[in-house]
Design a protein around this ligand. Structure first.
Ligand SMILES: Nc1ncnc2c1ncn2[C@@H]1O[C@H](COP(=O)(O)OP(=O)(O)O)[C@@H](O)[C@H]1O
Ligand SMILES: [Mg+2]
Length: 440
């Protein structure tokens, strides 16, 4: 080899120090001297155990303490000790994607957990990406069918719209997401189940999603027993998979259950690396990660990602910091109400507390007017419900209330839907417009 070539070869060799050594392990935090790296980089920790032999665990750089690299593992660790070799990869987490993933259940690193193996020829993509440029993002113009009457009729969602579903536990989030996944006319669903118990994941896949739903979905599951970092990555991996299909020109439906658990996982990481707790114990990084994650969906020049993000709200506290932040970022919110669920009104969507910010823009005038009229009638009924129920309201006192009383059972029955019933967007709108036309 010529000297010039040799020099060229040498100049191509990466100059960063690729290796370091574990110096301290505190709980889930691993400190290491080297390698040179940036926050977010993946490192391989080589473990040489006398019992189980050599193995490699993946960890991510989450911070620095002076000269020391602070890492958190993606998996639960047992055998790690000081002196273990830490190999830098100089790159954030990457996953493999392709159409072959459809119908599969994956972990946060994109590996199947349903016993299948990944085929060859998939594309490698990073899980951390910037959101589309706001100036080149096409506006949302078209409706998407979710196949749930209360939403398609009263809270119409557009292709590329991002909506929060706010609810306490056991009010019907998973059931509703399953309905949407089965009924929507989106090209495919990407469903992130974050921080659920293992049993809930199985129930969702078998009962709520069913075979029919799974056939057009990719599920990413990070259960509550997994390290915080894995729960965060699950959200990013699912988003990256949805982005891959959006870039192929498809209309993707992303569902994340729940974004509150992602925030809680980030809080765990934040507190562990020494961030100060701010609002309700949430650290500043929680509030910077949420917009970064939620802004990645929506439209881009190629396709759309319509997204539903569930937010846990305890006792109807919509002003809790995560709920508040998420609501501010998204283009609409759907509130599930325990009092409706208790009455057996499913899906327990409170249409008076919910809003789709794009409905008026993407729906035709008749539809919007009909929805507004029914909402007004329903509002009037709800305002006077206590009086009506105790018999303190006398018919004939107010024409408005009389009309609302007449309409209430019809509106309620419009909003109710059996979880196996699929109703098309067009027939929901037809029924709504007819209903607003008069009680016969
Ligand atoms: N559309 C529905 N029809 C009938 N029952 C429902 C419906 N949605 C929810 N439920 C009832 O509520 C329970 C909890 O629903 P689930 O979707 O698991 O709630 P969450 O995910 O909010 O914890 C279900 O087991 C079921 O009994
Ligand atoms: Mg659930």
């Amino acid at each position: 080899m010529k000297a010039v070539d040799l020099i060229q070869q040498i100049s191509k060799v990466p100059t960063f120090k690729k290796y370091g050594r574990v110096s301290r392990v505190v709980g889930l935090m691993i400190e290491s001297q080297g390698p040179e790296s940036s926050v977010g980089d993946v490192c391989k920790i080589h473990i040489n155990s006398p019992k189980t032999g050599a193995s490699v665990i993946l960890a991510e750089v989450v911070g620095f303490k002076e000269e020391v690299v602070v890492l958190m593992p993606y998996t639960n660790i047992r055998e790690i000790s000081t002196g273990c070799l830490v190999e830098g990869t100089n790159s954030p987490l990457e996953i493999k994607v392709g159409p072959e993933l459809i119908g599969r259940v994956l972990d946060s690193m994109g590996n199947p957990i349903d016993g299948s193996v990944l085929p060859k020829g998939l594309m490698t993509v990073g899980t951390e990406k910037d959101s589309p440029n706001p100036l080149t993002r096409p506006p949302i113009e078209e409706q998407i069918e979710v196949g749930v009457k209360a939403i398609d009729g009263m809270l119409t969602v557009g292709k590329g719209q991002r909506v929060g579903i706010f609810a306490g536990s056991g009010v019907g989030k998973s059931t509703l997401l399953g309905m949407i996944a089965r009924n929507t006319n989106a090209d495919l669903n990407v469903i992130a189940l974050i921080g659920e118990r293992g049993r809930e994941v199985r129930e969702f896949i078998e009962r709520d999603l069913g075979k029919e739903g799974l056939e057009k979905s990719i599920v990413v599951a990070a259960t509550s027993d997994q390290p915080a970092l894995m729960r965060i990555k699950g959200a990013f991996t699912a988003t990256a998979i949805a982005e891959y299909f959006r870039d192929k020109g498809l209309n993707v439906m992303l569902m994340m259950d729940s974004v509150t658990r992602v925030a809680m996982a980030q809080r765990e990481v934040g507190l562990a690396v020494g961030e100060p707790p701010a609002t309700r114990g949430y650290t500043p990084s929680v509030f910077s990660i949420l917009p970064k994650l939620l802004e990645r969906t929506g439209t881009n020049e190629n396709g759309t990602i319509t997204a539903f993000y569930t937010v846990l709200v305890d006792g109807d506290d919509m002003n809790e910091p995560i709920a508040d932040t998420v609501r501010g970022i998204l283009d609409g919110h759907i509130v599930l109400d325990r009092s409706l669920a208790n009455k057996g009104q499913y899906p327990a969507i409170n249409v008076l507390k919910s809003i789709s910010r794009l409905m008026n823009h993407i729906s035709d005038e008749n539809h919007v007017k009909a929805a507004e009229r029914l909402r007004d009638l329903y509002f009037t009924y709800n305002k006077s419900e206590d009086l009506i129920n105790i018999g303190a309201y006398k018919r004939g006192t107010s024409r408005e209330i009389d009309e609302a009383i007449q309409y209430e059972p019809l509106i309620t029955s419009f909003l109710k839907q059996g979880y196996l019933d699929k109703v098309s967007l067009d027939s929901s709108v037809d029924e709504l417009v007819k209903l607003s036309g008069g009680v016969s």
